[in-house]
Write a protein that binds this ligand. Sequence first.
Ligand SMILES: [Mn+2]
Length: 366
Amino acid sequence: MEKTLKEFKITLESRIQHASRIFIVPHKNMDFDAIGASVGMAEICRFFKKEYAIVTDDSIMDMNKGVRNIYDTVLKRYSVISSEEMTSYRTLEDLLITVDVGKKNLIPSAIVHQLDSFSHIVILDHHKEDEDSIVTGDKHVNTATSSTCEMITRLLKLFGIEIDSWLAKAFLAGIFVDTNKLKKNTDEKTLEVTARLIRRGATIQDVNDLFVEDFANDRKIQHLIDGTEFITHHIHSVALIYNRQDPDTWYAQSDLAQAADYLLPYKVDASFAFGFTGVDTVGISARTSGGMRIEEMMHLFGGGGNEHSAAAYLSNVSDLKAVREQLMKLICREDYYTVQSPTLTTDSVMVESSSENRPVVKKYSS
Ligand SMILES: [Mn+2]
């Protein structure tokens, strides 16, 4: 049974009160939303004077500048441990809370191996569930909500917990990253929460500053976008973004997400940015304004997301071309588009990658 946020609050309070310790787990490769939700949940644990720890194996070295900025303060303000440290601290009365994630393949495997040993598991998330999702009745999973930070801001209000200006900034960054700065997946409630965070001391400028990449990284993403192929299939248009010149270049998942976000306004049904994220591992970041069933598509690669943003991580990939071919097969299938082409006589696909149509990269800062 799905719980409303108010029902979830009651469950959460009871689970926290009865736990000896609480482990808060965001998804791997934390973004602003996962970090914000983690610290929001840590505030709730503190409110009930409970011992807690945020558990992550992410390395500071892999974080982009903005995420690192927030994370540096997280390390000072909150208790953060690795999954290995968690394993050595465990008792049977521990509570596990996952935030901004519900799927097993998106949390450290050491935690997945211990799932059965927790007294209870609570999930707060806005990603669609599937057969890989952790099974629990104690969850609030609403794919219609912009971000987990929107949920956590509302939860803190329900608990009557104060939000200081740093927390407000961290939460607003989470909302911004998942809504591409309120350009998508944003409704009245998102704007209300945004207004509340601004009243608590977050400023649009501060949050925008977190999104300003360093120059070298900005150039790297620009180079990635330069390689965009616009694929025309019947009435549809899809952007494939990958580094054709230097296919072996490594990217952070956040780079791919930024590139996919970038192409979305260019009248495409969907954009897919992909590239190596490590040895033999490839990340795909997919975005749509609603023209394409990207969540289902990423699901085929073992990933997931929601109807506007989805991602997948592929292992044992040696050639980026193979990933492009797999994506092309899906792009040629009418059933992955929300609006079908009127007549389908041929299976013609046009690939256009001229420099004329190449969008100019705009910096996040202005
Ligand atoms: Mn999120």
